[in-house]
Design a protein. Sequence first.
Length: 180
Amino acid sequence: MDKNCSAASNYLVSFNTIALVPIRIENKLYTRVIENHTEFLVKMKPSSIIKKSLIYYGNSYKLATFYSREVIGRVHKPPLLISHDYGVPLIMFPTLSGESEGSIWFSSSAIDFFTFDSHNRCLVHFTNSFVLPVNVSQSTMCRQHTFSHFLTRGFQKKRTKIDHPFSQSILMPTNKTTKK
């Protein structure tokens, strides 16, 4: 990525977003936004992009964190449901604490698999064939990706209940006959 290129001043996470990578240029923290077919710099911290996106889609960081913990339990670094479209959730997960300036945020649905190179760096392979080397342990990546899967499944279960509210068996009174 050319660090001398101009940077956008604003960005919202979308289904095209695959990663938000913090990058420091001249003592300022920017975000390297990697999308399905392009990448660029944004003059915002990754956590600020996440928070702004949540607000744009009608949520907040606090409520998204609360929802995540309701579904998967009280975990450190919970993945967040940013938005959804036609029942498909857009879930992002951090590599560090969500508030940390060094945290990389990944779209869970954009990840294909992980490998490791000879320098013990995690190589994140995305569904668009892009590979991003990151200094994150295998256990962290697996844990975060697994929690994202649990959040996706929890979201889908709640959607099913909304889409089919009467599919659960309803206790009906039994028809008792009385003797005369």
